[in-house]
Design a protein around this ligand. Structure first.
Ligand SMILES: C[S@@+](CC[C@H](N)C(=O)[O-])C[C@H]1O[C@@H](n2cnc3c(N)ncnc32)[C@H](O)[C@@H]1O
Length: 356
């Protein structure tokens, strides 16, 4: 037994446990508006923070002490706490692409789901996104929406779509666009608002996500966005779509092969499929060295692999199961002949343009 190794590992394990506890505390701070109450306010006493947030001082003081111990809020002595501008950007701002409080949004639901996951390990059948909702953990729809909204609203139309030659012109002139696995519909609604001459259709399997899609369309006042439940209405394989998008969901599908074939058949002869899916290096050795490896594998066990194994013989790719060569092979099997990785930097995802 290497005692030094035991010591180092026990420190690491305790750090992991502390991380989970602090995650819960960050969730509480976001949920109760504590970071926002401190943002751009300079040094504050616990009484001042409690008054601004409308909360009881004693609990707020303990929470502030934890935040100071965790290094998120600075303790300046004399009972004064300070949320730096940098911490405020990350924990109190909503729309900045770098803001991070939203990551913690569904922490309680994620934790609650842990009691159901052992069943998947025993049976080999995962929990589909729609079953997650039935289990009362619908927070994942709002979480994912909050997580991805800034990217859809600030990057998709401005930076990603122009990378596809001539696409902006055809969307301005009027095209048919499908987004499969559309989640809460923010991508569809954002594109529909930007290109009023085009028609946008979203396909989803999770009913609560579909409800949210329709709410988002109404709130944005767009009338050119329509949403379908894939279980009731499949993607029409009628060669009519000039653009099909899949954002972060090919790896979630039980049958990505069927998806690729349906998309191929749904598309005009010169249409294009924009795939955004997690970057994978191809081997475990390389994947575990990636900066977001821990997050990715954890998200996979608890969510993406669950979805991809939610039917017998599900493909079960998992978050890192589709590196670029595997994605290319998948599309070529469906009939696509042109595969191009786009030169867009992203912490987690790769971008591909695929054409018949
Ligand atoms: C990681 S989420 C991404 C959602 C959305 N594209 C976004 O970026 O917010 C994957 C989505 O794929 C959906 N999904 C899984 N299997 C599906 C299927 N067979 N058909 C349509 N949607 C599916 C899930 O319900 C989930 O909303």
């Amino acid at each position: 037994m290497d005692e030094a190794k035991v010591g180092a590992l026990s420190k690491r394990i305790m750090g992991i446990y502390e991380g989970a506890l602090v995650s819960g505390m960050v969730y509480l701070g976001d949920e109760m508006g504590l970071y926002r109450a401190m943002h751009e306010q300079g040094s504050l006493t616990s009484e001042q923070v409690a008054t601004r947030a409308g909360l009881h001082e004693r609990f707020v003081r303990e929470w502030l002490s934890l935040q100071a111990a965790a290094g998120l809020i600075e303790y300046q002595g004399d009972g004064l706490f300070y949320l730096s501008p940098e911490a405020g950007l990350l924990l109190a701002e909503e729309d900045d692409l770098r803001s991070m409080a939203r990551w913690f949004d569904n922490f309680p639901q994620r934790t609650a789901l842990l009691s159901e996951i052992p069943r998947s390990f025993k049976t080999g059948i995962g929990i589909s996104w729609s079953d997650v909702e039935r289990g009362g953990t619908s927070g994942r729809v709002q979480w994912m929406e909050r997580l991805l909204r800034p990217w859809y609203e600030q990057v998709l139309v401005q930076t990603v779509l122009p990378e596809l030659d001539g696409l902006i012109d055809s969307l301005n002139a009027g095209s048919r666009v499908a987004d499969v696995g559309c989640g809460s519909g923010v991508a569809v609604v954002t594109m529909a608002a930007a290109f009023p001459e085009s028609e946008f259709y979203g396909w989803e399997i999770a009913p609560l996500a579909l409800d949210r899609c329709r709410e988002n369309a109404i709130q944005a006042g767009v009338t050119n966005a329509i949403f379908h439940d894939v279980r009731q209405q499949k993607l029409p394989e009628d060669g009519s779509f000039e653009l099909v998008t899949t954002f972060d969901c090919v790896h979630d599908m039980t049958s990505p092969d069927e998806l690729a074939t349906a998309i191929y058949n749904s598309m005009t002869p010169d249409g294009r499929w924009l795939i955004v899916d997690p970057t994978s290096k191809g081997t475990l050795e390389e994947n575990i060295e990636m900066p977001l490896a821990v997050f990715g594998y954890a998200a996979s066990v608890a969510g993406c692999l669950q979805s991809a194994m939610s039917e017998p013989n599900g493909a079960g790719h998992g978050v890192f199961g589709l590196p670029a060569p595997a994605m290319q092979e998948l599309t070529e099997k469906a009939g696509f002949t042109r595969f191009r990785q786009l030169d867009i930097a992203h912490a987690m995802n790769s971008y591909y343009e695929v054409r018949p």
